[in-house]
Design a protein around this ligand. Sequence first.
Ligand SMILES: Cc1cc2nc3c(=O)[nH]c(=O)nc-3n(C[C@H](O)[C@H](O)[C@H](O)COP(=O)(O)O)c2cc1C
Length: 217
Amino acid sequence: MNLEVKNKSAYIENLYWRYATKKFNTAKEVQEKDFEKILESLQLSASSYGLQPYEIFVIKDQETREKLRTAAWNQSQITDSSYLIVFANYSKIEESHIDNYLDNIAKTRKKSREDLAGMEKMLKNTILAMSAEEQQIWASKQTYIALGNLLSATANFRIDACPMEGFDNKLFDEILGLDKMNLTSSVIATIGYRSEDDLLQYQEKVRKNRADLFHFI
Ligand SMILES: Cc1cc2nc3c(=O)[nH]c(=O)nc-3n(C[C@H](O)[C@H](O)[C@H](O)COP(=O)(O)O)c2cc1C
C-alpha cells in the first residue's frame, strides 16, 4: 500500500475499500432497502444556498440502459450494475425554481414568505443575474457534491459504485428526453456489487502524497 492508513476509523477503512468499479457482478442485486439508504443520502446532499438545482434519474429499465451504453463508450457498468444514476442539472434556472425553494423553506420551518423576503432578494439578485453559462456551470457543480456524497455513502454501506463522466451528454439528454425538461445530464454513477474478476479491486490505491496535496498556512 503506497498510502499509510493513518486513522483506523470505519469511515476511513470504507474509503480504502471502495474503488471505481469496472466490472459488476450481474448475479448480485442491491436490495431495495439498501438502495433506499442511498437515495436518502442523496436527498440530504448539501448544495449552494440549498437550492439543489438538479434532478436525479434512477434507471433500472434494461432497454434504456442498453441505449445509454452505446452513448457511454460501451462501458459495461451501464448495463451490468443494479442501478444507473443520472445527475441532471437545470439547463436554465428559472425564477419559479427559487420560489418553489422558498415555499418549501416557509412550509418546513413554519415561516411566511414575507419572513424570507431578504433571502428571496439575495437569491434572485445573484442566481438570476448569472449568464446562462455561469448558471450551467454553477448548477453542474452542485451535482458533483451529490456525486461525492453518493460515493461516501455507498462505501459506508459497503455497496460498490463507479462515478462516470465517460458519456455523451447530448445523446444522454436526447435518449432520456432531458432536453424537453429544462435539464441536462452532468455526471452519472453506477451502483451494484463488484465482480471478483474485476482486477482493479486488488490494485493499490494511487493518490498524491500529503506534501503534494496539502498546504498548511
Ligand atoms: C467525475 C468522475 C468521472 C469518472 N469517469 C469514469 C468513467 O467514465 N469510467 C470509469 O470507469 N471510471 C471513471 N471514473 C473513475 C476514476 O478513474 C477513479 O475514481 C480514479 O481513478 C480513482 O480511483 P478510485 O476511485 O478507484 O479510488 C471517474 C471518476 C470521477 C470522480
